[in-house]
Design a protein around this ligand. Sequence first.
Ligand code: NDP
Length: 336
Amino acid sequence: MTNKQWHLAARPSGVVKESDFRWAETEIADPVQGQFLVRNIYLSLDPTNRVWMNEADSYLPALPLGSIMRGGTIGVVEKSLHPQYQEGDIVQGMGGWQQYTLTDGVMFNKLPRIPGLPMAAWFGALGHIGFTSYFGLFDVGKPKQGETVVVSAAAGAVGSLAGQMGKIAGCRVIGIAGSDDKCKWITDDLGFDGAINYRTEDVRAALKQHCPKGIDVDFENVGGSIMEAVIDRLNIGARIALCGMISQYNDARPAGPSNFASFIMKRVICTGFLVTDFAPRFPEAVQRIAGWLAEGKLKYRLDVAEGLEQAPAALGKLFNGGNMGKLLVRVSGEPS
Ligand code: NDP
């Protein structure tokens, strides 16, 4: 049996290109004592993949050139000589951009099989995406009933959930996204109070219209000029949950917001956070999110690319707005 993989071939300059990766086929080794072999089913594509490709360390060490591209996976254990994992277990971990992962279990955990819950829901809402939205909004953004929340990249994986959670918190929620279809989805299907298409509208003018009482919470996913427009409309004491700045990830010298000084006058609290900061509280988030999913208060959408071969091209969608909802690659079929 051969294992198909994508290796990191080059440090990207600007937008990621397929030539930054190299396709490889290797033999699959059998597990030795303390290891198990996972057949990967889903690969999560995330904006942070781009950050990991840089030469500099981030919150994880830089990925050495020539290594298997790092990536989060859900898969099924096919062979095990590990005391805690059995054949047939469904596991989540850093399996990388490959069909099979041989691991000692570090950075892996078992996922429960919940009747009626699709396996991909662990990437769509219940895993790192849902946790980012949950802790970013409630713990960092601290929304109060009746306040106004603005979410950027609002039709993406994190943003679409964060906006719905803002509604659960009793807030007025306005989303900013890059197409009319995305704006329609978040207002008509997800219950956002308003949406702004930043590609066709004047964001400052639209924020004035949609947020007549100003903005109390900015769930910031994008940075750049969109963030600057939001900052201009923040209220005194507003909170910025600084989740991501995707508009800057391809830039060698990312720029901060030019109106940063207004934080002083408005006493704005801007807090960067990583979802992993909240790891001890993930069980709490699973319980809350699963409850909202079951009650129909929270919806998620998957954008699935078919086949590991598609991974590099699909990654580009995160940076050109080609995805709606959580972007995944289906690497192989789910077990029956
Ligand atoms: P998304 O599913 O939201 O996909 C990214 C979206 O960003 C695209 O669909 C696109 O939508 C938008 N976008 C891309 N480039 C630009 C640009 N230049 N200007 C405006 N919008 C742009 O991805 P995720 O939900 O996975 O991630 C969203 C953010 O959350 C990212 O910044 C990511 O880094 C961050 N994140 C942070 C975590 C943390 O722990 N702090 C954990 C997980 C994610 P559109 O069509 O609207 O332009």
